[in-house]
Design a protein around this ligand. Sequence first.
Ligand SMILES: Cc1cc2nc3c(=O)[nH]c(=O)nc-3n(C[C@H](O)[C@H](O)[C@H](O)COP(=O)(O)OP(=O)(O)OC[C@H]3O[C@@H](n4cnc5c(N)ncnc54)[C@H](O)[C@@H]3O)c2cc1C
Length: 585
Amino acid sequence: MDMLWNGWGDPARAKRLPESVVGLLRDMLGVTPRETPVPAAPDDIEVPPTPLSATTLAAFAEALSGEALGGQEHERQERRGADRGGDGRDGAEPGWGRYVRTDAVGRVRHTRGKSTPDLLRLRAGDVTDLPAAVLLPGSHDEVLAVLRLCAEHQVSAVPFGGGTSVVGGLAPEGARPFVALDLRRLNTPPEIDEVSRTAVLPAGLRAPKAEALLNERGYTLGHFPQSFEWATIGGFAAARSSGQASAGYGRFDEMVLGLTVATPEGGWQAGRAPRSAAGPDLRQLVLGSEGAFGVITSVTVRIRPLPVRRVYEGWRFASFEAGAAALRGLAQDGPRPTVLRLSDETETFIGLAHPDRIGSTAPETAGCMAVVGYEGTAEDTAERRSAARKALTAAGGTYAGEEPGEHWARGRYDAPYLRDALLDAGAFAETLETAAFWSDIPALYEGVRRALTDTLTEAGTTPLVMCHISHVYENGASLYFTVVSAQGEDPVAHWEPAKHAANEAILEAGGTISHHHGVGTDHRDWYAREAGELGIRALSSVKAALDPDGILNPGILLPAPAPAPAPAAGSSSRTPSVPSSADRP
Ligand SMILES: Cc1cc2nc3c(=O)[nH]c(=O)nc-3n(C[C@H](O)[C@H](O)[C@H](O)COP(=O)(O)OP(=O)(O)OC[C@H]3O[C@@H](n4cnc5c(N)ncnc54)[C@H](O)[C@@H]3O)c2cc1C
């Protein structure tokens, strides 16, 4: 099943906001329903024909079908493309074989990711970041072949996993047209090594499938981000993802032991032992590279035995400060639960920790609610639970029973559906995240909240700003903010100054521009300041070695290369960075 094209997930699970919440939004935030009509289906959107030439498309089709197209067939395909103005709106017969799609619906479905501005732009029918075609390679070698062709034909390539990026990671920049490399066909079953407790997972495997296949063999990966139901293994590695059970299982990058990568310069493999002293760890160069250095085609991960017991419980704290101190105690001195999540006062009151109680005045909406979970053997969970209870009680926490924790666990993947319902109701809802050392957390929390609140209030839409901690470390934690407000006349333009102010506040308070969403295009300028001029130069040299023509994700993570002057007659095809006239949009 494909994800809802202009929202989240499975359309059958769409939520409607209860009338009480609609009333609350109107009374608290001035949210009113929008009158602007929204395209009902992707083919309601006007889509320009693909800018790629028939020669380029035929070359892709040949690389992906495994069979050369004969001269006559090639001509026939070209005629068919021209007959329908090149856009192939009938997705069933795209014209260039099963694995090269130029139809409008396929291209719209691969336009941008799933941030709120991404969804609002699509809802407004804006397809300026439309790929020229969608390619579906079926193996590492096919990815290599496609990348070589992209360099030869001067077409950019954007690896597309689950399409859940929230940082502009699927919207490249630069003058060239680009193809989306949808990796869903890289989905062979895991190769499990039970002795070493590792599994090789293909990059295009979606997380639920990967988890189910491991579960069948008695193992788990333990990676459960909120985007779990749609994101892929390759996307987790490319964006350094972090799951809701990171306190127990670690971040995704901590699970990775090896990666196979396809680049325009050839394939390479990073990681041949769990740890090595043989030079810098090249795995770390691939993790978080967001498709700018190569296409990850498979990932070797550490796996853990499937837990026999899972239990989640609620704890209440008088304040966010007190709750954060309790979480820090567990992170530094143990015992370490598997899930640790603390909502601030506003998030607890509004009920994101418990969405069906939004706006209620029940006593459990007072103070701050924490969810603490344990997964493992019966003995291990019981031991950690009992020790953690003592520590949390000593830190001022009040045990709230299992119900808040179990409720959180049941609804843990539902919040993105709530965002769609908020957008439908005319509200704006977006999230952003960061991390810092514990000593910087209070200033970071206050600084980002103030930046968001002040900017949106000055623009006439006082927001609700909520926050939680859901990834903790011995030395620091991640802060995750949710903002809800009225939309403003142009909702994307209205949000931009607030997001800008929040990014500035993050750097000002010593935080990182992203703990787990990544850099993409949205955070690139702040990342450049965080990494420093020399750091960016070093990364640019790595990119130049792996992707000399700059075809992979231009403008994502690193600035897009400036267009080079047109090559002199007879010069190598490697130098130009502008498309041939046939391929220019
Ligand atoms: C509602 C929602 C909730 C989310 N919750 C979380 C969360 O809890 N934790 C978290 O960490 N993130 C979260 N995210 C962000 C997102 O899901 C993650 O960044 C995820 O890792 C992206 O995986 P994907 O397969 O969808 O990748 P995509 O979105 O398809 O791609 C992400 C980036 O990586 C590149 N890329 C993708 N696959 C490959 C590959 N095989 N090789 C090289 N580059 C590649 C893309 O070009 C793009 O730049 C959330 C997003 C949404 C919309």
